[in-house]
Design a protein around this ligand. Structure first.
Ligand SMILES: Nc1ncnc2c1ncn2[C@@H]1O[C@H](COP(=O)(O)OP(=O)(O)OP(=O)(O)O)[C@@H](O)[C@H]1O
Length: 260
């Protein structure tokens, strides 16, 4: 039975193996980790270290080969325990911006009469006020990813999972989206797990950072980030000595973990 005493995410000695026999690839583990509600956890590590696999286990897209994955004391179930944002927005191209949000609101059983207000609120949260009637092909890649985030926020799942959502965007758009996601996270306090290669992105977004070793991914560093979550501008944050020191520390840890 789900229990309120359980952390938002609990991983116990989790291992994941793809394939079998001579073709078996151990992608992750063993990993043990407790994530309290409200935390913004960033998983960072070199390419192929198992970050996406760990996220997929937390989402429930994959079942662990060994060990236990629990979300608030229950088995993970995509769309029920978590909403996922991928590198590509995966929107319905034949629906408008608002239509894409409505699908999630309908699925979340938001009453029809409440949907328009909720849709506008979600679009405003991601900086797309008044864009509900635009078609998906009329908006930029960055705006499409904003719609994907709003759609994920529409579902009242305990977890928000993001798998390199900004990796395909240009540097300026990526920075703007990072800033808006940080603000959304501070305002909603939804427990989140964000996967990235970038130490910089990890430090900017995370309230906690876990660096993974090379494959099979294990925890190389588990760091609480004490930077302020609100009340400071993105430029001030990025310009601070604490931010620079953390970025260096995490960048070094990622390199060391990849080489070890
Ligand atoms: N379906 C699969 N079948 C076999 N091996 C897989 C499968 N998916 C992933 N792998 C392997 O498992 C390892 C971990 O993959 P994963 O995608 O989790 O890493 P990652 O850290 O997210 O990588 P990247 O940052 O490049 O996306 C890699 O070596 C990958 O080749």
């Amino acid at each position: 039975m789900p229990s309120s005493d359980e952390p938002a995410i609990r991983l116990r000695e989790v291992t994941h193996v793809y394939g079998a026999g001579a073709a078996a690839v151990t992608a992750v583990g063993p990993v043990s980790l407790d994530v309290p509600a409200g935390e913004f956890l960033v998983l960072v590590g070199a390419s192929g270290c198992g970050k996406s696999t760990l996220l997929r286990l937390i989402a429930g897209f994959e079942a662990a080969t060994a060990g236990a994955v629990r979300v608030a004391g229950a088995d993970p179930s995509p769309g029920v325990t978590s909403s996922v944002v991928f590198q590509q927005p995966r929107l319905f191209p034949w629906k408008s911006v608002g239509g894409n949000i409505d699908v999630a609101l309908k699925y979340a059983r938001v009453p029809r009469q409440d949907r328009a207000a909720r849709r506008e609120e979600l679009l405003a949260r991601v900086g797309l006020d008044g864009m509900a009637d635009r078609q998906i092909w009329e908006i930029s890649g960055g705006q499409q990813q904003r719609v994907a985030i709003a759609r994920a926020l529409a579902a009242p799942t305990p977890l928000l999972l993001l798998d390199e959502p900004f990796a395909a965007l240009d540097a300026l758009t990526r920075e703007r989206l990072q800033e808006d996601l940080r603000a959304v996270s501070a305002a909603t306090a939804r427990t989140s797990v964000f996967v990235t290669h970038s130490a910089e992105e990890a430090v900017f977004l995370g309230s906690r950072i876990v660096v993974l070793t090379h494959r099979p991914g294990r925890i190389a560093l588990d760091l609480t980030v004490d930077l302020p979550r609100s009340g400071v501008s993105a430029d001030e944050l990025r310009g601070s000595a604490e931010y620079a020191a953390l970025r260096t520390e995490v960048g070094r840890a990622v390199k060391l973990a990849a080489a070890a």
